[in-house]
Ligand binder design. Structure first.
Ligand SMILES: Nc1ncnc2c1ncn2[C@@H]1O[C@H](COP(=O)(O)OP(=O)(O)O)[C@@H](O)[C@H]1O
Ligand SMILES: [Mg+2]
Length: 235
């Protein structure tokens, strides 16, 4: 069953919407997304599941404005995402992104990495530092603020990436296999933190994962295959 409307259990406004989205690579030789229809409402946690190569990252990149669909439309908070209009504002303030391999700058400290998005957004430095402190307290990283990324453990790096993604107080968090590089125990801890922070900050989470255990703890589980999204009926 593909979904055009959110399930009846959710009531908030729609914050993410894909309308008949198509995307291929190599001039159409690799057809990845073949008519994706999807919505998520404010505050939901949604797991996007499916085997490696099915197009999860591709879809997240479209929602993050990192790439464009060939056909169809992508909306974030009712703003159509495209490369020209409103994109920087959208990325800086409304959407945070956590990648599988953290994408932090290894030679910079935790603090320096996390302040980059606030510098880009033009946030007052004191305000940014206060926000960072709040996030590092929440994620147990305050004692690591001055540490360079290369000295941090895998779990600490992913928690740092989470802090960085939340610096500008986005209401939407896109997470691409955010615990995919971690061992099972660390993955469980980081994922729980992700859910807790999303809940306390009222963040809508769209997370790509192939870990069913993690997916089951989200409000909704979507399956991607053959370039489309299916939502199994809740049991
Ligand atoms: N930039 C690219 N150029 C060519 N092919 C790509 C590119 N990005 C992804 N692909 C291909 O598109 C398909 C979907 O990739 P991806 O969205 O990364 O899947 P997933 O995140 O589910 O593993 C794969 O076959 C992958 O090889
Ligand atoms: Mg991927």
């Amino acid at each position: 069953m593909s979904t055009l409307t959110p399930p009846p259990s959710t009531h908030g406004p729609i914050v993410l919407r894909a309308e008949d989205v198509w995307k291929s690579y190599d001039d159409g030789a690799i057809a990845v997304l073949k008519g994706i229809d999807f919505t998520a409402t404010a505050g939901e946690t949604v797991a996007l599941c499916g085997p490696s190569g099915c197009g999860k990252s591709t879809l997240l990149h479209l929602f993050g404005g990192l790439d464009e669909p060939e056909r169809g439309r992508i909306f974030v908070n009712n703003i159509e995402v495209n490369r020209q209009r409103d994109l920087l504002r959208l990325l800086r303030h409304e959407v945070g992104f956590v990648f599988q391999l953290h994408n932090l700058i290894p030679d910079l400290t935790l603090e320096e990495n996390c302040l980059i998005p606030s510098v880009a957004a033009g946030t007052d430095r004191r305000v940014a530092r206060r926000r960072l402190h709040e996030l590092t307290e929440r994620t147990g990283l305050t004692h690591r603020l001055g540490q360079r990324i290369q000295k941090l453990s895998g779990g600490e790096r992913q928690r740092t990436a989470l802090c960085r993604a939340l610096m500008n107080r986005p209401k939407i968090l896109l997470a691409d296999e955010p615990t995919g590089s971690l061992d099972e125990g660390t993955s469980a801890i980081v994922f729980q933190l992700l859910l807790d922070v999303a809940a306390t900050e009222g963040v809508t989470l769209l997370m790509a994962t192939h870990d069913r255990g993690l997916a089951d703890r989200c409000d909704r589980l979507l399956e991607m295959h053959d370039g489309r999204i299916y939502e199994p009926a809740p049991v």
